[in-house]
Design a binder for this molecule. Sequence first.
Ligand SMILES: Nc1ncnc2c1ncn2[C@@H]1O[C@H](COP(=O)(O)OP(=O)(O)OP(=O)(O)O)[C@@H](O)[C@H]1O
Ligand SMILES: O=C(O)[C@H](O)COP(=O)(O)O
Length: 400
Amino acid sequence: MTDFRTLDDAGPLQGKRVLLRVDLNVPMEGGRVTDATRIERVVPTIREIADAGGRVILLAHFGRPKGKPDPKDSLKPILPTLSEKLARPVAFGEDCVGEAAAKAVAALNDGDVLLLENTRYHAGEEKNDAEFARALAENGDLYVNEAFSAAHRAHASTEGLARLLPAYAGRLMQAELDALTKGLESPARPVIAIVGGAKVSTKIDLLENLVAKVDMLVIGGGMANTFLHAQGKDVGKSLCEKDLAETAQRILTAAKEKNCTIILPADALVAREFKANAENETVTVDAVPSDAMILDVGASSIATIDGAIDEARTLVWNGPLGAFELTPFDTGTVAVARHAAARTKAGQLVSVAGGGDTVAALNHAGVGEDFSYVSTAGGAFLEWLEGKELPGVEALRAKG
Ligand SMILES: Nc1ncnc2c1ncn2[C@@H]1O[C@H](COP(=O)(O)OP(=O)(O)OP(=O)(O)O)[C@@H](O)[C@H]1O
Ligand SMILES: O=C(O)[C@H](O)COP(=O)(O)O
């Protein structure tokens, strides 16, 4: 990544206020972090800056609070895990701009670490508003972007800021881009992609480009329901974006044109409640009861996906195949993850997976260490795979 300024180019950091954009959008349950991978992956950079005498000011988003404060999306509950993983105290600022932020920053000594509240509490963040970016910039002498997993968003803290301050790529940003380029620039074929998860509206469009890049595309999780609906199936009360049926049709047509085999679930585990151990049954996707929701792929679908993985030499995966946080709706994701891990360990497959919940799911399946590469990024990883320029990365080029 020679066209980037990195931390190596930042000069002495002693006494400098370093705005470090990280991705702390981690899986949480009951106010506790359930998978700390994204935190662990930025710890070395935070330590490096702090140990060099820099004052580390962490900027991050959490959830999608729609431009105003929402307590359920506060970053405060992440503080104990962040501090524990860093093995040093972390201060907290109740806002990322304005008086609260300025006060918290002014209280820092060299080597201290501060986390500012959710950048998405302000509408200017997602609009990449210049005034909001300037307000963020007021608290820093330089900017380091470590949030590869949010680099597909042209937001004030991921893009605008890089244009206002001397800007550098963090160690994780560098490592992610290097690893993905090395592993997937010219992948061994056939290539299979698995796309699941719940972020249907923000990810469905990118499938149109993806079908031109991969030989097989498994669509699972919440994403599959929109496609099943587009095929005229009743998905009952499942997570489904019915207004995206036309987009789904377009993707199915594009796949045919590009010779990409689409694999949709043929059967599903359905339940009437979204909770662990809810009463459930396996049905074919033609027979989903109208009062039930699809929460996982069924056994026959698992066998089909495993068979497709056996034919592939490269796997890319973002998005769990079911609501893996709730037993037994983790069955499909766990089975397929273990199968892919075994093929990888046997040297038959290069496997690259990414995404906040996807990484948590692999760890839950006990195979987080067995994939060829695990990225912190989900949507950003898929967009990188599509060949798109990522605004957060582009803004760093030749800056400094
Ligand atoms: N059938 C389903 N119904 C409802 N939720 C589902 C279903 N399948 C998967 N999910 C949910 O999808 C969520 C993960 O989706 P998401 O797209 O956020 O993946 P990710 O790996 O976190 O990617 P990113 O990093 O881009 O956010 C999980 O919380 C899981 O419970
Ligand atoms: O979890 C992610 O993929 C990133 O944090 C980006 O989140 P977003 O999809 O809400 O922009």
